[in-house]
Design a protein around this ligand. Structure first.
Ligand code: FES
Length: 153
């Protein structure tokens, strides 16, 4: 059971703007994303306008504003994977799931994120689904991988 946001903020000093990033990181670690309630609660607690918090949070790639799906797909867009065709893999995933990167499917089963190098360059293009790596993925082969997870979902 996640710690309620209004309780979580009390781990930080009220009205201290330097607490913003660690607090947002902690909320995201707890809930998986930052929703409107989190932004408003943090704003009131740290005495910062919500617009400023959004501005800062959107500057950092680490923050998400929609919930992750049950299966979170991370498609590597690092240089080596790009050279091996990761752009077409990403486009195919978007087409199959009918979402763009950064989004979650309506049924909540899948979310998609394009990320930088995941440290498996020689196996590229790589995708990672809930921590499980899939190597040398092709745009033709990605449908079968997604189908495996659809069956589990
Ligand atoms: S570039 Fe994709 S794993 Fe390194």
């Amino acid at each position: 059971m996640p710690v309620p946001i209004d309780e979580l903020v009390t781990r930080y000093k009220r009205g201290v703007p330097e607490s913003l990033l660690p607090l947002l990181q902690e909320i995201q670690a707890e809930f998986g994303f930052l929703n409107e309630e989190a932004i408003v609660t943090v704003g009131l607690y740290l005495n910062l306008p919500a617009s400023k918090i959004y501005g800062i949070a959107t500057f950092f790639d680490q923050f998400r504003f929609v919930s992750q799906g049950r299966y979170h797909l991370r498609v590597c867009r690092g240089t080596a994977c790009h050279m091996n065709g990761s752009a077409s893999v990403l486009r195919e995933v978007e087409k199959i799931l009918k979402i763009n990167e950064g989004q979650t499917t309506r049924d909540g089963h899948f979310s998609l994120e394009a990320v930088g190098c995941m440290g498996a360059c020689s196996n590229g293009p790589v995708i990672n689904i809930n921590g499980e790596f899939h190597n040398a993925v092709t745009s033709a082969g990605i449908a079968a991988i997604i189908d495996q997870f659809r069956k589990k979902a």
